[in-house]
Design a protein around this ligand. Sequence first.
Ligand SMILES: [Zn+2]
Length: 379
Amino acid sequence: MTQKLYYENQYIKDFTANVVSCEKSEKGYEVILDKTAFYPEGGGQPGDTGFIGGAEVTDTVEKGEEVVHICVSEVGGEVGCSIDADRRFAFMQQHTGEHIFMGFIHKMSGAENVGFHMGESGVTVDLSEFVTAEQLDEAEKLANEAIYKNLPVKAVYPSSDELENYDYRSKKEIQGQVRLIDIEGVDLCACCGTHVAFTGEVGIIKIVSSMKYKKGVRLTLQIGRRAFEDYAAKHKNVHSISVALKAKPEEVSEAVDRIAAQLYEERSRYSALKKEMLALKTADYSGRECCVFDDGGSADDARILSDMLAEKVEIAAVFSGDDENGYKYAVTSRNEDVREIGKKMNAVLGARGGGKPEMIQGSVAAKKAEIEAFWKENI
Ligand SMILES: [Zn+2]
């Protein structure tokens, strides 16, 4: 049975141990030490990484009573070991933060955390019951107040008799010795993970998203160092937006609303002008057919313009685009079946498209001169 240093002192990052066994497996080398500070994956907390001797440890898992380190190369004898302490401390902050936050949510609503995940970029929590936005705000506020109070975070190991007197949260039925994490007045929860010694070390707890999930709510929290990194990244973003919009950082939201409203107005004006312009363009056309080029126009422009032209001529073709990027076309007629024209364009010009008897649409990579020549010869 591996001696679990992480339960004796969760802050140990460097230690010396003896290799008990080192066996090759498909994941690498599975190394068991006589004692370890590497926390094995469990209770929603990922396994530690680091080094054993010169060998990188990519993961740590528990197998029965043993802690198994997944190493990239072989090790033996007495080895110096070090865990990735920054990564582990971030998990300790996140884990403790989850206890504090859930303690208040649980008291408030009776909701349990039924899906807990600590990732490299944040913590997700699935609540078993629905809680309101106001309750979330209140729990977040109380959780941060508990951080400021710098309360001790204790691990207690009650006997099975004593356990009956405790009212504690638990994520699952536990066999054998129960380990309770006690934050007085805040939370009491059965947990096998690693935690900070005082709530102050958690730093900050912030809900960054919440959505309805099954019967309850799925939350994403930023806690501790991750919360700081999240704040720094968001601050940078707001600063860039503030500079771009020439607005104070605290007023960027109003500035974006203003710009969106302006854009909507401009777009409406633009489409009105476009319609007027198209009406002018179509004013002079008459006769059996026409082939019009709308430089730089879009597929929509081609469709609208050809539809307007079809009021004036029997067969109206519009090619929007340019020689370099090709053309989007629309051919419209009120009385004739234009699908034959589409087939010819596909065959002769290598166009792609088709449609209904009264309108065909598509694209063609040919040059303006080629299209005009085709039209003259065939239509
Ligand atoms: Zn925990």
